[in-house]
Design a protein around this ligand. Structure first.
Ligand code: CDP
Ligand code: CDP
Length: 221
């Protein structure tokens, strides 16, 4: 079983998917985290694509979901916190626009979902990666709300980034993600749209959990 949630940055996809996965005891896959790990290599390659691709070929990206946290590793080293830095956020959409990077990440994802039941979040999962997903959601919220949520996370981490910087980063990524030629951010025709601007976190988790539970029970009949 594969359930996908796509949508712009800060709409609540990964935290909702994580909670749903924990509630229903299924796996969670954070596709953005995989692009973020690749971005660490890009930064390490001084933002030069040829060197970056050499590094990507030689490196191993791995991950697992445990206790409601998605753990990401680069060559066996945990990088789960490092990939959330603003520096990574500033470069990730550029890296993710590259078709070769997308093919690499898509292969990783398609391989793992063969082995278990998953809920995954991203930008193009319902349209390009898993067009035959069992259930698709498209999560949205207005830019101001999304920026405030991300800003709160930054403050909780002790970062001194401003609300304006967070907002600009989100707006810039949305723009790049929605306008790239290779698998842009787009709602699949058969995705259920969930606007979380005015929704409580618990309500959005309950809404999606219910739909996934219905799917699980229909599949077990
Ligand atoms: O959590 P946040 O919304 O900040 O972003 P993310 O899910 O960690 O994704 C980071 C970036 O990876 C996005 O801005 C996209 O550029 C890229 N991405 C993508 O292109 N396709 C996906 N399926 C997931 C992420
Ligand atoms: O994955 P995506 O970029 O769409 O968003 P996220 O990483 O799940 O971040 C959303 C943040 O907003 C998290 O800190 C959530 O706890 C918070 N939030 C939410 O998702 N939904 C609400 N209704 C209220 C807050």
């Amino acid at each position: 079983m594969i359930v996908v949630i796509d949508g712009p940055a800060g709409s609540g996809k990964s935290s909702t998917a994580r909670a749903v996965a924990a509630n229903l005891q299924i796996q969670f896959l954070d596709s953005g985290a995989l692009y973020r790990v690749a971005t660490l290599l890009y930064i390490d390659a001084q933002q030069e694509f040829t060197t970056f691709f050499d590094k990507l070929k030689e490196s191993e990206i791995s991950f697992y979901f445990k206790n409601e946290k998605f753990h990401a590793f680069l060559d066996g080293q945990e990088v789960s916190d490092e990939i959330r830095s603003m520096k990574v956020s500033q470069h990730v959409s550029e890296v993710a626009s590259n078709p070769k990077v997308r093919a690499y990440v898509n292969d990783l994802m398609r391989e793992v979902v063969k082995h278990d039941a998953y809920i995954a979040d991203g930008r193009d999962l319902g349209t390009a990666v898993f067009p035959d997903a069992d259930l698709k959601f498209f999560m949205v919220a207005d830019l101001e709300t999304r920026a405030r949520r991300r800003f709160k996370e930054e403050k909780d981490k002790g970062s001194n980034v401003t609300l304006e910087e967070v907002k600009q980063n989100i707006a810039q990524r949305d723009q790049t993600d929605a306008n790239r030629s290779s698998d842009p951010l787009r709602k699949a025709d058969d995705a259920i749209e969930v606007d979380t601007s005015e929704m409580s976190f618990d309500d959005q988790v309950a809404f999606i959990s219910k739909k996934v539970e219905e799917l699980i029970s229909s599949q077990s009949k």
